[in-house]
Design a protein around this ligand. Structure first.
Ligand code: ATP
Length: 319
C-alpha cells in the first residue's frame, strides 16, 4: 500500500513518540505517504488528520507523552462511528493504519480491519498487560520512575524508622509491582495474581526488625488497591509507623528509557513492513526478544503468565 495513517489510543505511555517517529520515517523511506491522526479514533471520525513528513517527528524520540495526543472514543464502538472512520480513510485514500495502544484499541483495530481498512496494532502501555507480547512500549520507563520514587521514599523511611506502603500502577496486572518490588528491595509485594495475607506481611516485618531492619517498603499493585487501609492495618499489627503513597500518573510520564526507545523503533519499523506488504489485522509483539506478529483475535484470546519464580525470589531475598 502507498498511504497509511498512525494514531495513539487509550492511555499514553513513554515511547509512543519513538514509535510514531519510526512509523513516519520508515513509511517515507519506502515511498509511502503517512498521515498523523489526532486523539485516537476520534481523529478518524472527525477528520482531524494531517500529512506528516520526516521533520514532523523531529526531536520527539526523547519526549514522553504522544505528539498525536490520545483519547478514548466511545463512538468508535458503534457501527455509525466505524463507518465515519472508514469514510475519512476512503476520502484521504488511507489503506492502512498503525494503532499504538492497548487491548481496547486493538479491538477497534480489528473492527476497522474487518471493514476494509487494514490495521496493525503496536502494544503501547506502561502496564505490560498485553498477552501476546512479553514487552510493551512504556513499561521500562514507568518501572524506572517507580524505582526512582521508591528510593526517595526509602531515604525518609529510614530517617523515621517507618514503613512505606507504595501503590504502583498496572491496572489488573502485577508486573510493575513485582519487578519494582525486587528492584527496590521491598519487604513484600502484593499483586492481584496471587493471594496475600497481611498477617504474613506483619510477621515478616517484625521478624526482620528483630535482625536490625529499620525501614520497610511494601509495594501494592493498583489491582489490589486500598493502600491507605493496608498501611493502617500493618501499623496496627506491628506498631511500626506506616504511611501510604499512591504514585499515580507520574508513572506515565517522563523521557523514555533506552529500552523503550529501541523497542518502539523496532516495532514501528516492523508495522510499516507489514502494511507495505498489504498485511493487516495484526498485532506486533515481542517473544523471546524477537519482534513477531499475530492475528488480532488470536492475540486478544491469549493469556499472559505471571512470573511466580520472580515472586518467590523476591520473598526469599527480602529477609
Ligand atoms: P490502555 O490499556 O492503555 O487504557 P486501551 O487501548 O486498552 O489502552 P481502551 O480505553 O480500552 O484503552 O480503548 C481505547 C479505544 O479503543 C476506545 O476508546 C475505543 O475507541 C476503542 N475500543 C475499545 N474497545 C473496543 C471495542 N470492543 N470495539 C471497538 N473499539 C473499541
Amino acid at each position: 500500500m502507498k498511504k497509511i495513517g498512525v494514531l495513539t489510543s487509550g492511555g499514553d505511555a513513554p515511547g509512543m513518540n519513538a514509535a510514531i517517529r519510526a512509523v513516519v520515517r520508515t513509511a517515507i523511506s519506502k515511498g509511502m505517504q503517512v498521515f498523523g491522526i489526532n486523539r485516537g479514533y476520534n481523529g478518524l471520525i472527525n477528520g482531524d488528520v494531517y500529512e506528516m513528513n520526516t521533520r514532523s517527528v523531529s526531536s520527539i524520540i526523547q519526549r514522553g507523552g504522544t505528539l498525536l495526543y490520545t483519547a478514548r472514543c466511545p463512538e468508535f464502538r458503534t457501527e455509525e462511528g466505524l463507518q465515519k472512520a472508514k469514510k475519512t480513510c476512503e476520502e484521504l485514500g488511507l489503506e492502512g493504519i498503525v494503532v499504538i495502544g492497548g487491548d481496547g484499541s486493538f479491538r477497534g483495530a480489528a473492527d476497522l480491519s474487518e471493514r476494509g481498512i487494514l490495521c496493525v496494532g503496536l502494544p503501547g502501555t506502561i502496564d505490560n498487560d498485553i498477552a501476546c507480547t512479553e514487552y510493551t512500549i512504556g513499561y521500562d520507563t514507568a518501572m524506572n520512575t517507580v524505582v526512582e520514587m521508591v528510593d526517595k521514599l526509602r531515604d525518609t523511611c529510614h530517617s523515621h524508622d517507618r514503613c512505606s506502603v507504595v501503590e504502583v500502577m498496572g491496572r489488573n496486572a502485577g508486573h510493575i509491582a513485582l519487578n519494582t518490588g525486587v528492584a527496590c528491595g521491598a519487604t513484600f509485594v502484593l499483586v492481584p495474581e496471587l493471594p496475600y495475607d497481611l498477617d504474613e506481611v506483619a510477621k515478616k516485618m517484625l521478624e526482620t526488625k528483630k535482625t536490625g531492619k529499620q525501614n520497610f517498603i511494601v509495594i501494592v499493585a493498583e489491582g489490589i488497591g486500598h493502600s491507605e487501609l493496608i498501611a493502617k492495618t500493618l501499623e496496627a499489627k506491628t506498631g511500626i509507623e506506616a504511611r501510604a503513597t499512591i504514585l499515580g500518573h507520574v508513572q506515565r510520564g517522563g523521557s523514555p528509557t533506552l529500552r523503550d526507545r529501541v523497542v518502539a523503533s523496532e516495532m514501528g519499523y516492523y508495522a510499516v513492513e507489514l502494511l507495505e506488504n498489504d498485511i493487516g489485522n495484526r498485532v506486533v509483539g515481542m517473544q523471546q526478544g524477537k519482534i513477531v506478529d499475530f492475528d488480532i483475535q488470536e492475540a486478544l484470546s491469549m493469556k499472559k503468565p505471571f512470573d511466580e519464580k520472580l515472586y518467590q525470589i523476591s520473598n526469599t531475598i527480602s529477609i
